[in-house]
Design a binder for this molecule. Sequence first.
Ligand code: NAG
Ligand code: NAG
Ligand code: NAG
Length: 384
Amino acid sequence: MIFCYLLFFFSDWANLAKHLLDSVVKRLALPSDYLQFSCVCKSWCSVAKDNKSQRSKMITPMLLISANKKHTWHFYRVMDNKILDLQISVPNKRYCGFSKGWLITLENNFVVALINPFFRVKGKPKKENSIIRLPPLTCKDLTPRRILHWSRRSENYGVKAMISADPVLNASDCVVVIIYEELKQMAFIRLSKDTTWTYIDQSVDPRWLLIEEVTYFRGRFYAVDYWRRLLSFDITAQSNSDVKLVAQSIEGKKFDKKYIVNSNEKELLMVQRYYIHGGSSVTIGFKVLEFKFDKSEWVEKNDLGDVALFLGDNTSISVVTSSLSGCQSNSIYFCHDHNENDFGRRYCDCGVYDVKSQTITHYDIPLLKMTDRPAIWVVPSFHL
Ligand SMILES: *[C@@H]1O[C@H](CO)[C@@H](O)[C@H](O)[C@H]1NC(C)=O
Ligand SMILES: *[C@@H]1O[C@H](CO)[C@@H](O)[C@H](O)[C@H]1NC(C)=O
Ligand SMILES: *[C@@H]1O[C@H](CO)[C@@H](O)[C@H](O)[C@H]1NC(C)=O
């Protein structure tokens, strides 16, 4: 298969010529090609083509749960409480994001890597998953001692990351944004244009740090910082000076965690999560805010309509529920997130919040009690 063969080259970023990328993208113009390209196995392909109900299940987000065995992960569908008959093999390590079908992680020496858990490179000895390696982040503000410290823990250097478009299907629109290190500054790279990262950091403008969330919405990136200020920049940004402060910080009741979500290109949402704290934290509620661009302010939203959100530290996904089977509309599906007040090593705080009735249903997922990593929401990015 030519597509799989081409993917081979992706593992070597330095040698990846632009014309090669272009030719991949051109070849993948048809959805059917893309599907073939992104399939894990034949059975997924054939059900996807022929069977509507199966198809809708495949495009419903699932939990990716580490099996505690080297490199092995399970797919778990919360709607029908089912472990899929499919295991994947990606390193058992920390991922700082899942976006557009790709897991994002930092490898040794600050190399940022995108790994697609849904397809594998055929012909490689260990059926390796396809991987795209980006240039390393440089640590310009760090002392040699700190660099040494982080280089041993590279996977923790990336706090959070996302991509704007599929790096294979849509390489020319693909920008990778990463929030990194303790100061939580941002950097981004345009997949088909740049050979180095552009840094949006406090060395030029002391305001841009402690960024907590970032998303891509209607052609621009939006980030929220610790103080809930909203910042924005677009793909043409050259430096900090191209970053705009879109809205000042907002006051309000204390919450425990926040997420920013592109809700199907219609709305930009900020979701706040509330816990009760004990030995290990338990989610008790959410609050949804919508950004009103005309007034430049956040407004509380009590109805998501035909939409469900899938939220976690590593993923913010929004889906239209009418096209999916078993997925509850007007809901927030959540998974266990890192929490400073957690003492246990259990990652079981997963469930669904009904926005209208403001009620929570927690899931009892035995697999989560056996793992040493929190689960992560994933969904294949193929377009059927
Ligand atoms: C779709 O798949 C389901 C489950 O495998 C099966 O029960 C159903 O008959 C299939 N429908 C069609 C139209 O093939
Ligand atoms: C997701 O991100 C959180 C917070 O950065 C991290 O603690 C967790 O290990 C990540 N999950 C996975 C599966 O890598
Ligand atoms: C490529 O990305 C752009 C911008 O995100 C989007 O408008 C377009 O639909 C994408 N194309 C495909 C084939 O996914």
